[in-house]
Design a protein around this ligand. Sequence first.
Ligand SMILES: CCCC/C=C/CC(=O)SCCNC(=O)CCNC(=O)[C@H](O)C(C)(C)COP(=O)(O)OP(=O)(O)OC[C@H]1O[C@@H](n2cnc3c(N)ncnc32)[C@H](O)[C@@H]1OP(=O)(O)O
Length: 408
Amino acid sequence: MPPQNSAHAPPFRVAMAGVVGRLIRCWCRRAVAGSLKVPALQLHVSKTAMGASQKDFENAMNQVKLLKEDPGNEVKLKLYALYKQATEGPCNTPKPGVFDLINKAKWEAWNALGSLPKETARQNYVDLVSGLSSSSDSSSQAKPEADRKQAEYETVVMTSEDGITKIMLNRPAKKNALTEQMYQEIMLALEAASKDDSTITVLTGNGDYYSSGNDLTNFTNIPPEGVEAKAKNSAILLRNFVGSFIDFPKPLVAVVNGPAVGISVTVLGLFDLVYATDRATFHTPFSHLGQTPEGCSSYTFPKIMGPAKAAEMLIFGKKLTAGEAYAQGLVTEVFPDSTFQKEVWTRLKAYSKLPQNALRISKQIIRSQEKEKLHAVNAKESSILQERWLSSECMNAIMNFFSQKAKL
Ligand SMILES: CCCC/C=C/CC(=O)SCCNC(=O)CCNC(=O)[C@H](O)C(C)(C)COP(=O)(O)OP(=O)(O)OC[C@H]1O[C@@H](n2cnc3c(N)ncnc32)[C@H](O)[C@@H]1OP(=O)(O)O
């Protein structure tokens, strides 16, 4: 490799990477078409691949043949390496020369497995193929699968198109206020989106509101075990709900189509992009409701907008316009309402074509810096709220909303 300080180093590396990429793509295309016998893609089973999962291993090799989608160069190299390791053990051949690019890439993938036991390599091969098969199945049957999933949701609409999974809050008549069922369905939808083949996941609202936050009727439905049990269960629900945003592994985008209140605002600090119509407002009236911040906002908001502005929102309940929220860093970009949907979806469709793994890994590396901290904050906020919900301040505020329809 040329020295780091060589003026030619970056172009050289770029050029070589391009050549390697083209050659591997070519090798992979031919391998999939069956014109080039690559061991990982052959049907015959090596005699050395013995043991309990021999049958699984054979099945996995057959499944590779049947994949409906090209799994990509990286995966094919991994399959090749695992196959070699499973059948021949640690890499035992001399490293191919610098210009033998394809064989060098294959050798490096195999050699990188070091002394991984054959049995483990065989199992890893089977696991890798099984993951590929299920994602290939679900993408090849995208429509029926999406329909089947949708039947399970009553309060959200989940759709997948152009590499984007959209989760739309769907109680427009109630300003998309979040019922307990809705929290559960959003968590389920996020779980499904984290595993589907989309690149980006979007949360948005149907109708004129993004969301009016927690549905206040959640607090009126007291179980026979009493209010303490209700508060405890609500705190568990809250913690799980926010946790699913903290742990979400792919780029997550909020398309804020209108006003946002309470928890629908606070979790925005856990999104990767927040696009807002200029009609949107951002309101966290916790003190007015006798409540306290959640959604990790006690940590994310001061970090995003500085302590003074965060206090104005979270302690004093100042409602922000979209422009103010943008100026304070909570919102990525504001669009005129008349062109909002068109501009946002055009942008997202372009982003969804970027390399999927690079996006996901970049998101994860950013999140990993503070994941533990966020979970700790979430736990603390939830437990404080559990107490708050039992306070007379909170109970009075909720009664006021329903008796006098006290609006925020
Ligand atoms: C278990 C986890 C707990 C997590 C805790 C989170 C904390 C929070 O999220 S705090 C924020 C709670 N949200 C509110 O306090 C908002 C209350 N709603 C309002 O102030 C107003 O409805 C509005 C300003 C959002 C909209 O006012 P507008 O005049 O435009 O519309 P309305 O006629 O009031 O609303 C239509 C319809 O929807 C019902 N509704 C709206 N928001 C809620 C809500 N958050 N909870 C329950 N119901 C809500 C409203 O009552 C109307 O219903 P009817 O048509 O049946 O009268």
